[in-house]
Design a protein around this ligand. Structure first.
Ligand code: SF4
Length: 199
């Protein structure tokens, strides 16, 4: 597939130079995202943590290892931006709040996502990881809780899969919801294989 990457490259350059909410970012701006016009899989998460802020590599942590296990995708494929776009709801580390990471900064989605997402025309599967991605993409179609939304995954198939965050902090949720391993992950892996082909 050929695609003119220049408009997207220009936009990514503008995003990487963004300092819009600098005053609210304890470690300063460092947008972490990947995208190309040929990407078939779109992963929408929350926002970088401190480790990803330091490395500049998305999902470069225990959550990323679990996510790749869920997808049955190896690291070279996961980080092949010609195949996989990684676009969190907030591009910079937002700091801490209430014992965890703060919510993604709202300036990001208000400024960038509406322009960026239509520039990914090859996407055939979108993974919505966590409540912020689900709220933005699903709006009133999401469930009352994240668990309700993920449990209703068939309603969004085949192009969208809502997921919990794969953080080690959510181990209790994984144990309390065995249907996720039994039902959602096999369907998720089949959908990923459909859009990425052999990995
Ligand atoms: S979080 Fe988003 S809006 Fe804020 S500085 Fe980073 S890229 Fe810009």
């Amino acid at each position: 597939m050929t695609a003119d990457s220049r408009p997207l490259d220009n936009l990514l350059g503008a995003i990487r130079a963004c300092r819009l909410c600098e005053a609210h970012l304890p470690l300063g701006p460092r947008p972490v995202l990947r995208a190309s016009p040929t990407a078939r899989l779109l992963i929408v998460g929350q926002a970088p943590g401190t480790r990803v802020h330091a490395s500049g590599v998305p999902w470069d942590d225990a959550s990323g290892r679990r996510l790749r296990e869920w997808l049955q995708v190896d690291a070279p494929t996961f980080y092949d931006e010609s195949r996989v776009a990684i676009v969190p709801m907030g591009f910079c580390y937002p700091g801490r709040a209430g014992g965890g990471d703060a919510p993604p900064r709202p300036e990001c989605r208000a400024t960038w996502h509406g322009t960026l997402l239509p520039m990914l025309p090859a996407v055939g599967l979108t993974l919505l990881i966590g409540q912020y991605a689900q709220a933005y993409f699903l709006g009133s179609h999401r469930g009352a809780t994240l668990t309700d939304t993920v449990r209703a995954w068939r309603e969004y198939a085949p192009d969208v899969v809502p997921l919990p965050h794969p953080s080690p902090r959510n181990v209790a949720w994984f144990k309390a919801n065995p249907w996720f391993d039994d039902e959602v992950l096999p369907a998720l892996r089949a959908s990923v294989a459909r859009v990425l082909g052999p990995t």
